[in-house]
Design a binder for this molecule. Structure first.
Ligand SMILES: NC(=O)c1ccc[n+]([C@@H]2O[C@H](COP(=O)([O-])OP(=O)(O)OC[C@H]3O[C@@H](n4cnc5c(N)ncnc54)[C@H](OP(=O)(O)O)[C@@H]3O)[C@@H](O)[C@H]2O)c1
Length: 384
C-alpha cells in the first residue's frame, strides 16, 4: 500500500473515530448533552484560548500531546504500537503540533514511536525530548540516579536524533537537575549542540529556582516543565512568577492529575501492581475519599459548561497564563479528541473567579509522588 493510500485510510479512521469520541467523551465522563455542546462551543469561542501559543520564542499548539505511556501505561498494559502511531498522527491532523517525549520513556521506545509517527510531517511539528536519568545510551538500560555530564548529554542527544528520525530536537529538557553537575556546564553542552543545529531550544524540569535563574543567565531558557494541575498547584507560589519574570514558557506535566481530574478514578478504583499511583499517598483510600471533592467540582463545572471534566481541567490551565501549554497523555483515540477540545472551552472572568474560589476551599491531602521520587524535584545544581 502506498503512503498516500495509508494516509487516506488513516483519515477515514479518524473520521469514524470522531463520531466515536463524542459518545466516548459522554459515557466516559458520565455527562449528557456533550456532543451537542461540542458543536456549540466550537462555534461560540474558537478565539479563546486559541489554537496556538508561544513558549518563549517557540510557537506551538495550545494543547500538546505527551507520549510517555505509549510503550507501557500506568495501568501496566502494553498499548498496540500501530494504534499509538495513529493517535499521534490524528493529533497532528487535529492541529496538535507539540509532542513531548524523553529518553526515559520506554526507555527509548517512546522516542522511536514518536519518530516513526511524525516522519511524514516532521517539519510541521515541534518535538521535545529529555535527558538526565542515567540510561545506557546504547541499550536503554536504566541505571540508578542521574547523569548530566556534558559528554553524556551530547551522546544522549545523538541517540535521540536517530530514534526520533530527525536532525534536530526543537526543545530539549534536562529531566531532573544533576546534583553533581553545575548547570553552567549543562548549558555549555547545550550551547555546543545548538551551534551544531542539533538542538534549537532548551528547558528544565522540576528544577530548583536558583538553578533556573543561573541556567537562564547562561543560555536563555525557553520552557520549564513541571507538574501542575488543579490536583497539584505547587508551581503557583514561586515557579510561575519566576517564569513570568524571565519570560519563560511553562509546560504542565500530568495536567489531568494522572487521570484523576477526568473523573475516571473513584473510591472503588484499585491500582495494579506497578501502577505508581498505588504508591502516591494522594491516591490512598483515606486521602482519595477526601480528594474526590475536587473531582466532583470539576464534574459540576463540566455540566455547567456542557463539556467534559478533562476539558475543564485543561481549559483551567490554559486560563492561568497565555504562556502555559499542557501536554495531556493518552493511549486512547477518544481521549485524545476529548483533550484537544479543551482549546474551545473558555472561562469568563466571573467564571474563573468562582471556580478558583471553589478550588481554594479544597485542600488536597497526601503527597503527589513517593518520597524517593520527590527527592529529585526542586534540586539546586552545585555552584561552578
Ligand atoms: N517532566 C516530567 O518529569 C514528566 C513527568 C510525567 C509526565 N510527563 C509528561 O507529561 C505527559 C502527561 O502526563 P501524564 O500522562 O503523567 O498524566 P495526565 O496527562 O495528567 O493523565 C494521563 C492519564 O489520564 C488518562 N486520560 C487522558 N485523557 C483522558 C480523558 N480525556 N478521559 C479519561 N482519561 C484520560 C490516561 O489514560 P488513557 O491512556 O487511557 O487515556 C492516563 O492514565 C506525559 O506523557 C509526559 O510526556 C513529564
Amino acid at each position: 500500500m502506498s503512503n498516500a493510500e495509508l494516509d487516506v485510510n488513516r483519515r477515514k479512521f479518524i473520521g469514524s473515530s470522531m463520531a466515536l469520541v463524542s459518545s466516548a467523551a459522554i459515557t466516559g465522563a458520565g455527562l449528557v448533552g456533550c456532543a451537542q455542546a461540542q458543536t456549540r462551543s466550537t462555534l461560540v469561542s474558537p478565539a479563546q484560548p486559541g489554537a496556538r501559543r508561544k513558549l518563549g520564542q517557540l510557537e506551538v499548539s495550545s494543547v500538546g500531546l505527551g507520549v510517555q505511556n505509549m510503550a507501557r501505561t500506568y495501568q501496566t498494559t502494553v498499548p498496540a504500537r500501530p494504534e499509538m502511531i495513529d493517535i499521534i498522527r490524528a493529533a497532528h491532523d487535529h492541529g496538535v503540533t507539540f509532542f513531548d517525549t524523553a529518553e526515559a520513556y520506554g526507555p527509548h521506545e517512546c522516542e522511536r514511536i514518536l519518530g516513526e509517527a511524525i516522519a511524514p510531517f516532521r517539519n510541521k511539528v515541534v518535538i521535545t525530548s529529555k535527558f538526565g536519568w542515567n540510561i545506557d545510551p546504547q541499550t536503554g538500560e536504566r541505571r540508578p540516579g542521574l547523569i548530566s555530564r556534558p559528554d553524556h548529554v551530547k551522546q544522549a542527544v545523538e541517540g535521540m536524533l536517530k530514534r526520533l528520525r530527525t536532525d534536530r530536537i526543537d526543545l530539549l529538557y534536562q529531566h531532573r537537575v544533576d546534583p553533581q553537575v553545575p548547570i553552567e556546564d549543562v548549558a555549555g553542552a547545550i550551547k555546543d549542540l545548538m551551534a551544531q543545529g542539533k538542538v534549537l531550544h532548551w528547558g528544565l524540569s522540576e528544577m530548583g529556582l536558583q538553578t533556573l535563574r543561573r541556567a537562564h543567565a547562561e543560555l536563555p531558557v525557553t520552557a520549564v516543565q513541571s507538574e501542575y494541575s488543579m490536583f497539584w498547584r505547587g508551581p503557583e507560589k514561586e515557579v510561575l512568577p519566576l517564569c513570568q519574570e524571565l519570560g519563560i514558557g511553562f509546560v504542565p506535566w500530568s495536567p489531568l492529575g494522572v487521570g484523576f481530574l477526568t473523573g475516571a478514578i473513584d473510591q472503588r478504583t484499585s491500582f495494579a501492581d506497578g501502577d505508581f499511583r498505588k504508591s502516591e499517598t494522594r491516591f490512598s483510600p483515606e486521602n482519595r475519599e477526601h480528594n474526590l471533592a475536587l473531582v466532583s467540582l470539576v464534574k459540576s463545572w463540566a455540566l455547567r459548561k456542557k463539556t467534559t471534566p478533562a476539558r475543564i481541567a485543561l481549559a483551567w490551565l490554559l486560563a492561568q497564563k497565555p504562556w502555559i501549554v499542557p501536554i495531556p497523555g493518552t493511549t486512547q483515540m477518544g481521549h485524545l479528541l476529548d483533550n484537544i477540545g479543551a482549546r474551545e472551552v473558555a472561562f469568563d472572568t466571573d467564571e474563573l473567579q468562582a471556580l478558583n474560589a471553589s478550588l481554594a476551599a479544597i485542600t488536597i491531602q497526601g503527597e503527589r509522588l513517593p518520597p524517593a521520587v520527590l527527592a529529585y524535584s526542586e534540586v539546586e545544581a552545585p555552584l561552578k
